[in-house]
Design a binder for this molecule. Sequence first.
Ligand SMILES: CSC[C@H]1O[C@H](OP(=O)(O)O)[C@H](O)[C@@H]1O
Ligand SMILES: Nc1ncnc2[nH]cnc12
Length: 291
Amino acid sequence: MTRAVVGIIGGSGVYDLPGLANLRRERVTTPWGEPSDELCFGELGATQAVFLPRHGRGHRLSPSTINYRANIDAMKRAGVTDLISVSACGSFKSELFPGLFVLIDQFVDRTFTRQSSFFGDGCVAHVSMAHPIAPLLSARIGAAAKAEGIDHIAGGTYVCMEGPQFSSYAESLTYKGAGYDVIGMTAMPEAKLAREAEISYATVAMVTDFDCWHPEHDNVDIASVIAVVQKNSATVARLLARVLTDFPREHEPCPIGSDRALDNAIITAPEARDPELLKKLDAVMGRVNAG
Ligand SMILES: CSC[C@H]1O[C@H](OP(=O)(O)O)[C@H](O)[C@@H]1O
Ligand SMILES: Nc1ncnc2[nH]cnc12
């Protein structure tokens, strides 16, 4: 039995988590560098929660320079079993309107400047990303949204661009034509790293704009994104509070094995592994090393 600890990574406009009891902030250092900010530990009901603002308080960090490895490693060290990622996103479909929450089930990774793995020379691993979202966790978010009467839709493909510039019109039309639902700049490599760290992961993406393809809507800009996030900040807080209040005590084994992703993923022979890299992997590989 593993005690459930729910991590929450807040995106643009979500820099704290209201309502946590016994709040404690702690700077966690990791072998991968500094996380975006101090971790915020607390409880909601009987559930232990750990909150981290992805861009840091004051939104200091760009999507390209966020230390995603440090953020996920810090969550792992904090005992997080289930991680909810909150993101603002642009929409490629008229029916996905600003203010709607999309419970993502697929990603397309178009980032190209980021460290996207904990593994590498000296310890090579290939985890499955066929189904990047932990279905029970996402279903819990859906149930909480339903119980709170919050507009949401289950399922959607999020294309992660490098940024920080928004897309060109041609790019926007291309993504729309490909059938993608929403776009953002941060879910990758966050989701990949969570999988490598055997943390069940789910993304709740709040639609903030129609990017730049929609003939009847202005092109996305920061002001419009932040206006929508601020207008809906109480709704985000209410959704997360309900998820946490209703969360089971014990971590539910993930039906697609996201919490056991390293079983059969590491290909480097034990005797060929680099001890220095293994040291850095102490948290990420904790379960497999413990046997
Ligand atoms: C502030 S607009 C662009 C910015 O917002 C999204 O951030 P997050 O996913 O952390 O909510 C998007 O990915 C960009 O980083
Ligand atoms: N249109 C958009 N493109 C990329 N990231 C976003 N975050 C919010 N809206 C976005």
